[in-house]
Write a protein that binds this ligand. Structure first.
Ligand code: FE2
Ligand code: FE2
Length: 145
């Protein structure tokens, strides 16, 4: 099995691809396409955030004895993303192109900065401190519904 970094970074890219296709459909006012792609994007994001919050972060916090450090910042940013996703769901349901594209631009900036911090810092640190449990943790993340 691979590293936590490879596993979760490739999930970031899968989420990014869904984000981009949903945004393109909304830009073209293809609302049927945009709604179904947004739903898939939202589900992929919910799954990704859940893998981190229920498997990776608790393991990292337990191993490092630090629940107030980097994982706390990541959890706060996840809440900001969830707020934007809720607003985007409203905009796509209403077929409001300007609102959707404005929110998606904000989400994209937040998401890219967040993902870089994880890929450059938190995931490599996790691979280091959780090395021996890595395969079990990846299996637990894959098993999340
Ligand atoms: Fe995250
Ligand atoms: Fe992530």
């Amino acid at each position: 099995m691979g590293t936590i970094l490879n596993f979760l970074a490739s999930d970031h890219h899968a989420c990014d691809d869904l984000f981009a296709t949903a945004e393109a459909a909304a830009a073209e006012k293809n609302w049927d396409g945009a709604r179904s792609l947004f739903e898939r994007f939202q589900a992929a994001m919910a799954h990704h955030l859940a893998m981190e919050e229920t498997v990776l972060f608790p393991a990292f916090e337990a191993r490092t004895g630090n629940a107030m450090g980097p994982t706390q910042v990541m959890r706060m940013e996840h809440e900001q993303m969830r707020g934007l996703l809720r607003d985007m769901a409203g905009a796509v349901a209403a077929g409001d192109r300007n609102a959707y594209l404005g929110l998606s631009e904000t989400l994209n900036m937040l998401m890219q900065q967040h993902n870089l911090k994880e890929e450059n810092m938190l995931y490599p640190m996790s691979d280091q401190v959780l090395g021996g449990d890595r395969d079990d943790l990846i299996r637990a993340m894959q098993a999340l519904a």
